[in-house]
Design a protein around this ligand. Structure first.
Ligand code: ADP
Ligand code: MG
Length: 736
């Protein structure tokens, strides 16, 4: 019988009740249970003599119970077990609250191990609620590195430990998905050994090796996944888009500014990629405000001029609309037909000028779109125009390329929404995805797959892909997550930018800053006030908190000014309205939660105040800061904090010191670790592997082994276990 596949609820020791709780954690079989790892350890490995105990330290002592009694305190209605334990050097007291059964087990004369933090009161040293175990038993909870498991309601770490102690022997049956020679070459333990070491490490070294092994496994899987995508991507064909130097020059010269060298270089790399008959897969990694849109526009222009369609996708409808307006402005004097296509908005411009007369009016800052005829076509008409090629450039959200999103009329009854179809294009040659915050390897693979089967009008060809991210990515992580991409970096800001003055503000200075905000507003400028609601669980109360904050500021601080409110509970169209009103200067101040983070462009805003700044990651703060300083006016960023801890201050200090997003990202990575930096959920890697992400060497090794493995067996047919593990890994990541 395959014990590993046994259902836990069938085991008498576990049963239905615990089985059900475990199931909620996705732990159903013995194998699942064995692969449920501790998230940290208490080091109770060293036995201390009682005479050497020191208050405030963690220790394990071993001795004999000399006296034990159960005391009931009537006042507090508590049961206190008090027990005295002696070794050859002295006696120490231990107390447990409301655990009367402890006194049943710890009777005088019994040998016992106690582990926990040592405290001191007037009566001397004592342990409060220590972990304990009879000396006759195998050290599980004391006297060793004790594993601490994530607890859920009804399931203590101690219970899991106890069950694990009984089940760990089955670990020997686990078969390793990683080829043995690879692990041998790296001097890493095989799966069964590593599992045992993670649950019950004998030494720190043993535990570290086990951890490293799992980190390697994750990196190896990531590398296999990305390299496989790359291999299949590279096998595809794409249309070759000729680089029209005259047109490109013309466009660049008609801009009201000169491109930065970084923009020039990135655009050149992209335009060169587009010339190849192979699909581009490039990431444009640029700091906030580094001018990614212009670079993307140059790529659009090139593809459209060659007669192809282009699609730009943004993460939100608001951003899609902003891109639409920007591009309408940039391509204002051309005959490019641009469409905005999201659930809430549909619009097609109708520019009248032929592309040969292409010209850009340098004085247009906020395009008013006078030539735009708004068309609120039905969805079907719209889809038809994309299919016929009438629309050259379509801007929308990810829904544009997703399967099964757009209902079409059923041919039989003419109106059923049951039948779904995806958007069809005539000849889509380039896809641009903006603000790609999601690092998930599997999502990217999925996305690329979707892109690969998208093209209707260009048989045998897939679109070129350009992704843009405003989160500067440290080099190490680039290697780990984007090993299969070509990368262009915009690490240079446009010359007209003044660095944003950034200051940490303690509560005593709050009022001064409010006065300062007021003075900026009297100059006709605008301000953002951001406050944090970052936790998932806080979403429910977001509406309430946002409303309260908005009210407080409107009533107490700025009663004479107009304050807008933006939060995640608003509908997309409402958010759009608030942003549009703010842009139109209907508000002096926009009070917002973190929804304001991505890409929104309000050049007239010169101040951003961030409440409880220590609650945000540095990279996120940098994103917020990027909301101002988007013009030639001097801008300011104030980081409010009540936190006096050195750590919070030195972290925020990095914001004062540098304006480079890349430097901040490196700092953030160093301070918070890769897990926090990327967000484990987003990366799809467990914490344990994240710890090692800064280990470039290990990533490089994983990369090389993956390459070798795929050379031997491109479809992994020779490695069925590895194939299965990869499938599991990808579907897990995909579930996010
Ligand atoms: P991001 O990289 O954050 O997406 P945008 O593309 O939105 O940045 O550009 C931010 C602003 O900077 C826009 O108003 C854009 O017109 C302007 N801009 C872009 N490139 C330059 C440049 N080389 N010189 C001056 N301003 C520029
Ligand atoms: Mg942008």
């Amino acid at each position: 019988m395959d014990f590993l596949k046994m259902k836990l609820e069938k085991l008498p020791r576990i049963g239905m009740k615990y089985g059900a709780i475990l199931k909620k954690l996705n732990i159903e079989t013995v194998e699942d249970f064995l692969l449920h790892f501790p998230f940290r350890y208490e080091d109770y490995s060293e036995r201390i003599l009682i005479e050497n105990l020191a208050a405030g330290e963690t220790a394990t002592v071993m001795g004999e119970v000399v006296q034990s009694k159960l005391v009931r305190t009537w006042k507090k209605k508590m049961m206190i077990t008090e027990c005295f334990v002696s070794d050859e050097t002295g006696t120490v007291r231990a107390v447990w609250f409301n655990q009367p059964y402890v006194s049943d087990s710890l009777t005088a004369g019994k040998g016992v191990r106690l582990a926990g933090k040592v405290s001191q009161d007037t009566k001397g040293m004592f342990f409060s609620n220590p972990a304990w175990e009879l000396s006759s038993r195998t050290p599980t909870n004391t006297g060793r590195l004790v594993p601490i498991y994530p607890e859920t309601e009804g399931l203590t770490s101690k219970w899991i430990r106890w069950q694990m102690q009984n089940m760990i022997k089955y670990a020997d049956a686990l078969i390793d998905p990683i080829p043995e020679n690879i692990l041998k070459g790296l001097h890493l333990p095989i799966l069964s050994e590593a599992v045992k070491s993670l649950h019950f490490p004998k030494t720190l070294k043993e535990f570290e090796l086990a951890q490293k092994r799992f980190a390697f496994q994750q990196m190896f899987l990531v590398q296999l996944a990305t390299q496989r995508v790359k291999i299949s991507w590279d096998k595809q064909n794409a249309v070759s888009i000729a680089f029209n130097e005259t047109l490109t020059k013309y466009f660049v010269e008609s801009l009201p500014f000169t491109l930065t060298d970084a923009q020039r270089k990135a655009a050149f790399q992209i335009l060169k990629d587009l010339e190849k008959p192979l699909p581009m897969n490039r990431l444009l990694n640029g700091d906030v405000g580094s001018g990614k849109t212009i670079v993307a526009a140059m790529a659009c222009l090139s593809a459209i001029n060659a007669g192809f369609q282009v699609s730009i996708m943004a993460p939100t409808e608001v951003l899609a609309k902003q891109h639409y307006l920007t591009l309408c402005g940039l391509f204002k004097n051309s005959e490019i037909k641009i469409a905005l296509f999201t659930n809430s908005y549909r619009e097609i411009n109708n520019f009248q000028f032929p592309i040969s007369n292409f010209q850009i009016n340098p004085n247009v800052e906020n395009p008013k779109l006078k030539n735009t005829k708004k068309i609120r076509d039905s969805r079907d008409d719209f889809l038809e125009k994309l299919k016929s090629g009438e629309i050259n450039l379509v801007i929308g959200t990810h829904a544009l390329i997703q399967k099964d999103i757009h209902p079409v009329k059923s041919p039989t009854n003419g109106r059923g929404a049951k039948q779904f179809n995806r958007v069809k294009f005539k000849n889509l040659a380039l896809i641009i995805i903006d603000e790609q915050h999601r690092f998930g390897v599997a999502q990217r693979a999925f996305l690329q797959q979707q892109i690969a089967d998208i093209n209707d009008g260009l048989p045998g060809k897939i679109p070129h892909l350009l992704t843009m991210t405003a989160t500067p990515i440290p080099r190490t992580l680039t290697l780990a997550f984007f090993g299969n991409l070509d990368i262009s970096v915009l690490d240079e800001m446009p010359k007209n930018r003044k660095p944003i003055v950034t200051e940490i503000i303690l509560p005593s200075k709050r009022k001064d800053i409010y006065d300062f905000v007021r003075s900026e507003i009297s100059k006709g400028h605008q301000a953002f006030i951001i406050f944090p609601l970052v936790e998932e669980s806080e979403k429910l109360t977001e509406l309430k908190a946002a409303t309260q904050e908005h009210e407080r500021l409107s009533r107490e601080i700025f009663p004479d000014l107009k304050l807008g409110l933006l939060h995640g509970k608003l509908k997309a169209s409402e958010k759009e309205q608030v942003m549009a009103d703010f842009k139109d200067k209907k508000y002096n101040i926009l009070v917002a939660t973190s929804v304001v983070e991505v890409g929104i462009d309000i050049p007239n805003a010169t101040v951003i105040v961030i409440e409880d700044a220590e609650r945000f990651g540095l990279s996120q703060l940098h994103q917020f800061r990027g909301r101002v300083g988007r013009s030639d006016k001097q801008s300011y960023c104030f980081l409010f904090t009540g936190s006096k801890t050195v750590k919070a201050k030195s972290r925020l200090g990095a914001m004062e010191k540098t304006s480079s997003g890349f430097a901040i990202a490196e700092e953030d990575l160093k301070l918070r670790g890769p897990g926090e930096f990327l967000g484990t959920r987003q990366s799809g890697l467990p914490d344990i592997a994240m710890e090692h992400l800064s280990n470039v060497k290990l990533i490089e090794i994983a990369h090389d082994y993956a390459e070798q493995t795929l050379q031997n067996s491109p479809d992994l047919a020779d490695y069925p276990l590895l194939q299965k593990e990869l499938g599991k890994f990808q579907s897990n990541v995909h579930l996010e």
